[in-house]
Design a protein around this ligand. Structure first.
Ligand SMILES: CC(C)(COP(=O)(O)OP(=O)(O)OC[C@H]1O[C@@H](n2cnc3c(N)ncnc32)[C@H](O)[C@@H]1OP(=O)(O)O)[C@@H](O)C(=O)NCCC(=O)NCCS
Length: 156
């Protein structure tokens, strides 16, 4: 099995929106992805588990000066735990490094065990803790963690 990750452009905004909707409860419209991709320093990636399968994971990142940020990332439930997200973060970190970024940041719900596990496995460290930052659908508040990794990403 060889995971494929490729850079995409604004024309693929509908694919990003469809994958995002399969991963998150609050969907982002394709126009929102197209607008984000029109901004300087923004780029998006799609991941497919093999060359003959459709894209099942996506990531959207932005580089500003020497800092990069993962704005959103997801893998559809049926394709999880196969290394797609890890491949997306690695490819995103590589592209961000090429664009001049020295650090890669992201924000995750402290209760999002898969996401925190993913970033920890890639060497990200906690750079901040925002209490009561997210409001769950139930109305309860949950904390956000800001995680950071130095670029280029060095795998341990
Ligand atoms: C978080 C998410 C992107 C991970 O995608 P994935 O393709 O399944 O992740 P990978 O297979 O690349 O996993 C890489 C590592 O992350 C960690 N990890 C992933 N899923 C995990 C889980 N359910 N529990 C614990 N650790 C997990 C593991 O360390 C894993 O390595 P391993 O499989 O060798 O043990 C996916 O669960 C998802 O889309 N969730 C919903 C959207 C979301 O929360 N996005 C992140 C917002 S910050």
């Amino acid at each position: 099995v060889s995971i494929g990750v490729r850079l995409i452009d604004r024309a693929d905004a509908p694919t990003l929106a469809a994958l995002h909707a399969a991963c998150f409860t609050s969907a982002w419209h394709a126009d929102a992805f197209a607008a984000l991709l029109a901004q300087p320093g923004s780029f998006a990636l799609l991941a497919q588990p093999a060359s003959d399968t459709p894209a099942m994971g996506f990531a959207l990142l932005r580089v500003a000066a020497d800092e990069a940020e993962i704005l959103t990332i997801g893998v559809v439930p049926a394709a999880r735990r196969q290394g797609l997200a890890r491949a997306l973060v690695q490819a995103g970190a590589h592209q961000a490094t090429d664009l001049g970024a020295k650090h890669l940041f992201l924000e995750a719900d402290a209760a999002n065990t898969p996401a925190i596990g993913l970033y920890r496995s890639l060497g990200f460290e906690q750079a901040g803790h925002r209490r009561g930052y997210y409001r769950e659908q139930s109305g309860t508040l949950s904390d956000a963690l800001v995680l950071r990794a130095a670029l280029p990403l060095v795998l341990k």
